[in-house]
Design a protein around this ligand. Structure first.
Ligand SMILES: [Zn+2]
Ligand SMILES: [Zn+2]
Length: 249
């Protein structure tokens, strides 16, 4: 039987996809440790003592977050392999492949779709049974810290992990814009939880701020539980009457 026969190729593909998932897990885990570590360090400089007495909680946040890294790594690794090895995704690298205006628009589309998915799954996870099973871990951080960015129960991590890997198969996006989506996801995930507002008051309390989610908005969700469910935008919270305004973290 020739070495390049069907089953051998299939096994080689499976092995390459698994390797990609392991590498992606390591990348997500290291990215989490570096970025959360950086913002925790900044917090120590600008709000000394804010995390005082939270050592035990922070250790649990890091443990859940590293477990989440593996859950994020699996679909992300498979999508990355599908892109690189098989050309299955709609990620493109030639800027001329789509009109230039699609670049910023694709960024907005990705953020809006992720936000919509997050809002509704998050609301669902605040029903009593799903909350106990999937979401109590995230709310065990009281108050959350910069280390809580990925502190999720595996079930909740899975609901978050599939979004971007599914979207890259459906909605065309330039690789640089995808990098920007992931950067925004990482930075906002951390800054929204770190216990103080990093964005200027003038922006947070402006007309644009009325539609954007930063720490002042998400902190209220962690105080109040029954409001402010969104991820990036306050569109769904405003529309569904679940927006209770800003907290003063
Ligand atoms: Zn949160
Ligand atoms: Zn919640």
């Amino acid at each position: 039987m020739p070495a390049s026969s069907g089953p051998d190729l299939w096994v080689a593909g499976l092995f390459a996809a698994a390797l990609s998932a392991v590498m992606m897990t390591a990348i997500v885990g290291v990215r989490y440790l570096i970025t959360s570590g950086l913002f925790a360090w900044i917090t120590g400089r600008v709000r000394p003592g804010l995390y005082k007495g939270l050592g035990g909680q922070i250790r649990r946040e890091i443990g859940w977050s590293l477990l989440s890294a593996a859950i994020y790594g699996l679909p992300a690794g498979i999508a990355a392999w599908g892109w690189q090895a098989r050309g299955w995704t709609r990620i493109y690298t030639d800027p001329a492949a789509w009109p230039l205006w699609w670049m910023p628009l694709s960024l907005l589309v990705y953020l809006a779709l992720h936000d919509t998915w997050f809002y509704w799954t998050h609301r669902w996870m605040h029903r009593p049974r799903p909350f106990r099973i999937a979401h109590a871990v995230h709310h065990a951080s009281r108050p959350p810290t910069a280390w809580a960015a990925m502190s999720f129960h595996p079930v909740e991590a899975l609901t978050g992990a599939v979004v971007i890997p599914v979207l890259v198969f459906l909605v065309p996006i330039h690789a640089a814009m995808l990098g920007l989506v992931l950067t925004i996801m990482t930075v906002m995930g951390i800054t929204n939880h770190m216990g103080w507002e990093i964005f200027p008051r003038r922006l947070v309390h402006s007309r644009i701020g009325h539609w954007l989610i930063t720490a002042s908005h998400h902190h209220r969700h962690h105080e109040n539980y029954r409001c402010n469910y969104g991820l990036y935008f306050r569109f769904w919270d405003h529309l569904c009457g679940t927006d209770r305004g800003l907290s003063a973290p």
